[in-house]
Design a protein around this ligand. Structure first.
Ligand code: ADP
Length: 541
């Protein structure tokens, strides 16, 4: 027997309608390309988003047609988020930090019909356009200078197109319809496309707003630090409109600590989300300038492991609660968030830190399990470590036009991460399978070693990689960035620092000091680059 409730499709346009009706005067603030501040309301934004839909109709962009964007976090990008998806087309957010050949690959693979780009990407676009025959139109989001890019004579002006368009009507259609496309960064092989649907996006937005998740609400002011070209800025552009939170976009300055701190102060930011590398820069800036974060009460940190030293500094110096989170492009992206349970809420000191450094428990809707190499379920005891598998309505079930089934096993997605789960359901990620270090047949957690190294007062940042060893197969080495004024004999001091904190055979064999850790296109430390450079390091041990 079926239930007798209304069968309303879960569509992104319903988020937009709700935002306009209930929070129409809520502000959206953006830093523009020239560094100025632009502000308008949810109502203004959605009105222009409907004009984007008509613009796409006028250009003859097909139903389900892919619309590429090369843009930072801004109000215009938000207009595209809604205007493209709500008119039954697919928003393909393109990560400009990828290599040129990867960009050509994904634009052609997605068969983008039009690309909306910011003028600062003109040179890049002029190189790409010659290699991407499907792209029929180019639209520049800001004042376009013909001198900026060759082969771009035909680029159209976004404002002119919008001004010439009526507000389109957003019709109903199936909630399964594709809404967005985001490619993984392709550290191994070609990037793979993750195709979100309206249904997955709406359900994920509800999940982001839950109190034991990122808990967005109508009294929040949200700073989006994660780029809108990477996994929909963790879903904030949808969740904030659903909740009625003020939305603040740092534009192209999303990695600039001064801009972020200025925005936090001037726009009364209560919450934000970003990868550890960005927060690292922000905390150093605050320290140097003797500033405190008054309005911010919590921040979601994820994308790679958040060092406990960062959680501690946020808590002790700024009274900000770090909500460690974990997710993937394939999961829209949020899967785990570390919010308290009754039994963890009063922890302090080391007990607090060892709880807070866990990546969290699954948000409702996401199911997880850990398995051993034979596929057997492992118990949730905080000790057994295995491959982490997930499933849920916002987890991808296959890649876009790709024949890779390896990651999908009987309705579960193999995340490629290695984890343990404690009796309360909190997950601790110990490594990425491809980063794991196996020494003498036993696993060593690089994340645990990095956390210890990062807690040393003279260490700015660090990464642990495995290098080939003739006897032990692999051994860990530590690559680290020193703080200014660090002591002279830091290598010995650091290796001593590990004594009594981990088993002897876990202690790295060597420390290599470098000026800066290499980053991936999504702002994470690139272990691939480190391995390529230091894979022979054991020969100098
Ligand atoms: P890419 O790194 O290729 O851009 P994603 O952004 O989807 O792809 O990254 C997902 C991966 O990032 C996860 O599988 C996991 O390895 C890592 N990750 C995400 N959050 C965390 C976290 N809090 N701690 C440790 N690893 C994390």
């Amino acid at each position: 027997m079926n239930g007798l409730m209304m069968n309303m499709p879960l569509l992104i346009k319903n988020i937009a309608h709700h935002a306009e009706r209930l929070h129409g005067d809520r502000e959206i603030v953006s830093i523009t390309a020239d560094g100025a501040k632009h502000r308008y309301t949810f109502k203004d934004s959605m009105m222009r988003a409907r004009k984007v839909s008509t613009t796409l109709d006028n250009l003859g962009i097909s139903k389900f047609g892919r619309v590429g964007t090369l843009a930072w976090n801004s109000y215009k990008h938000l207009e595209l988020y809604y205007g493209v998806s709500c008119s039954e087309r697919v928003l393909h957010t393109i990560n400009p930090r990828l290599f040129e050949e990867q960009l050509v690959y994904i634009i052609n693979h997605a068969a983008d019909e039009v690309i909306f780009f910011e003028a600062m990407f003109s040179n890049l676009v002029s190189k790409l356009i010659l290699q991407c025959p499907n792209v029929r139109y180019l639209v520049c989001l800001d004042k376009f200078d013909q001198n900026n890019g060759r082969h771009l004579d035909q680029a159209m002006d976004y404002e002119m197109l919008i001004n010439d368009s009526e507000e389109g009507l957003w019709e109903d259609f199936s909630e399964e319809t594709a809404s967005g496309l985001c490619y993984t960064s392709g550290t191994t092989g070609n990037p793979k496309g993750v195709l979100y649907s309206h249904r997955s996006t709406v359900l994920h937005s509800y999940a982001v707003c839950l109190p034991d998740s990122a808990a967005l609400s109508a009294v929040d002011s949200v700073l989006t630090v994660v780029p809108m070209f990477h996994v929909n800025a963790w879903g904030y552009p949808y969740a904030a409109l659903m909740a009625g939170s003020k939305l603040v976009f740092p534009g192209h300055l999303l990695g600039d600590p001064k801009t972020l701190v200025d925005l936090i102060e001037s726009e009364d930011i209560t919450t934000a989300g970003g990868v550890p590398t960005v927060w690292h820069g922000l905390l150093s800036y605050l320290k140097q300038n003797k500033k405190k974060l008054d309005s911010l009460n919590r921040t979601v940190i994820g994308g790679s492991a958040c060092p406990p030293s960062m959680i501690k500094e946020f808590r002790e110096v700024h009274d900000v609660r770090v909500l460690h989170g974990w997710g993937m492009t394939e999961m829209s992206p949020i899967g785990l968030i570390n919010q308290d349970k009754d039994k963890t809420k009063n922890l302090s000191g080391d007990a607090f830190l060892s709880q807070a450094l866990k990546q969290g428990r699954p948000i409702p809707g996401v199911e997880i399990k850990i398995i051993d190499e034979n596929g057997n379920d492992l118990p949730w005891n905080g000790i057994d470590v295995g491959n982490l598998l997930v499933r849920g309505p916002w987890v991808c079930r296959s890649y876009y036009e790709e024949d890779v089934e390896a990651s999908f096993d009987n309705g579960w997605f193999d995340t490629g991460d290695i984890a343990s789960v404690d009796t309360n359901g909190y997950v601790l990620i110990t490594d990425r399978a491809k980063d794991i270090i196996k020494s003498g047949g036993e696993w060593i957690s690089s994340i645990e070693l990095e956390n210890i190294a990062n807690s040393h007062p003279d260490i700015e940042q660090s990464a642990v990689i495995g290098v080939h060893h003739p006897k032990w197969e692999e051994r860990p080495i530590l690559v680290a960035v020193r703080k200014k004024g660090a002591i002279k004999n830091l290598e010995k001091e650091l290796l001593d620092w590990f004594q009594d904190k981990v088993a002897k055979w876990w202690i790295p064999d060597k420390v290599i000091f470098i000026e800066q850790l290499p980053l991936t296109a999504t702002g994470k430390v690139s272990k691939l680059a480190l391995r390529a450079k230091y894979s022979q390091a054991n020969e100098i041990l």
